[in-house]
Design a protein around this ligand. Structure first.
Ligand code: SF4
Ligand SMILES: [Zn+2]
Length: 322
């Protein structure tokens, strides 16, 4: 992919990247997570080290975990093997997520020659989640799904359906291309998971929750059985610039919580708040942690968690139940 002037400008603002070892995963994370059927099952996430994503979204901070060069053949099976040794034998129904901070169906990020070895290592898992930009969804997804013992689920960033913000994210994504990818996956009976941003740049701050809920609705209507709400993080250079221009406002814990409540109220599928690094979310010092804990309970239960009341901020921003 040739880099546009906008890509180059965004990349120049990035801080230096840490050197990475192509033969070691970035990390391994274990948690219980509701799957697309709503069952709370063990879920292993392996953060793989691989070639950087060629897209250059304004909000992306994943590039810092990647390699500049193509992923060497054999490196990913070696990383997965290492991660599985650490995790031990998975129990029945376990999900594995292979997150490579890029696109699984980019041959330079995941060499196709490694697919059989990867599929073999993943035999004990019921579900395999990989991530991909919608533009890279095609026949290769169907071919990889056939090699797996468990069910494939492809996670795609829809980010936002806000008509001004989406093109300005520099993701090279249109709703039409998301729809095309979703149709391919649905026709092949491959699961769809979507990422939706809370606090996307160029979305007015007061509308952040509403646009996140609308985006969840959009993804679900196109077959996404699981939607993950991602609070946008700053710190990649471009986001500081956008914050200074007052077109990016770091989302608060309350906004993420409200987006989760609104999305769950749609009652159209599994919605999860991404609580990775949630302690860093902005918000009221009195109730921020209680809201994060409530979201964690909602992630596990899907509902039935009484709202948090806060004497400090409730007059300004009350958890609502319209
Ligand atoms: S597609 Fe994903 S990994 Fe690639 S630049 Fe955008 S957010 Fe980052
Ligand atoms: Zn408060």
């Amino acid at each position: 992919m040739t880099r546009s002037a906008e890509d180059q400008r965004i990349r120049q603002l990035r801080p230096a990247k840490m050197p990475r070892d192509a033969w070691r995963p970035i990390g391994v994370h274990w948690e219980d997570e509701r799957n697309s059927e709503g069952e709370l099952v063990p879920c292993l996430t392996i953060f793989l080290t691989g070639r950087e994503c060629p897209f250059t979204c304004v909000f992306c901070d994943l590039w810092q975990y990647t390699l500049d060069a193509p992923t060497p053949p054999g490196a990913l099976p070696a990383q997965i093997e290492r991660a599985l040794e650490e995790f031990g034998e998975p129990s029945d129904g376990t999900t594995v997520k292979l997150y490579n901070a890029s696109n699984f169906f980019d041959d330079k990020a995941v060499p196709r020659a490694d697919w059989p070895a990867i599929a073999d290592l993943l035999t004990p898992f019921s579900r395999v989640v990989v991530e991909s930009h919608p533009l890279l969804v095609g026949d290769s997804c169907v071919e990889f799904a056939k090699q797996l013992e468990g069910r494939l689920e492809v996670a795609m960033g829809l980010e936002t359906v806000h008509p001004v913000a989406l093109p300005r994210l520099n993701k090279k994504l249109t709703l039409e291309s998301f729809d095309r990818a979703a149709s391919i996956l649905q026709a092949a009976r491959i699961g769809i998971r979507s990422f939706v941003l809370v606090g996307a740049p160029f979305v007015p701050q007061a509308e952040a929750v509403d646009w996140a809920a609308q985006s969840v609705d959009y993804a679900q209507r196109r077959g996404s059985k699981v939607v993950s709400l991602i609070p946008v993080r700053g710190g990649n250079g471009e986001m500081q610039r956008l914050a200074a221009l007052e077109v990016f406002f770091p989302p608060t814990a309350m906004q993420l919580e409200r987006a989760l409540d609104e999305a769950l109220r749609l009652d159209q599928g599994i919605v999860l708040a991404d609580l990775w690094d949630a302690e860093g979310l902005a918000g009221c010092s009195e109730c921020r942690i209680a809201r994060i804990e409530r979201m964690d309970r909602l992630n596990r239960s899907g509902g039935g968690q009484p709202p948090i009341t806060c004497q400090v901020c409730e007059e300004v921003d009350q958890p609502h139940d319209r």
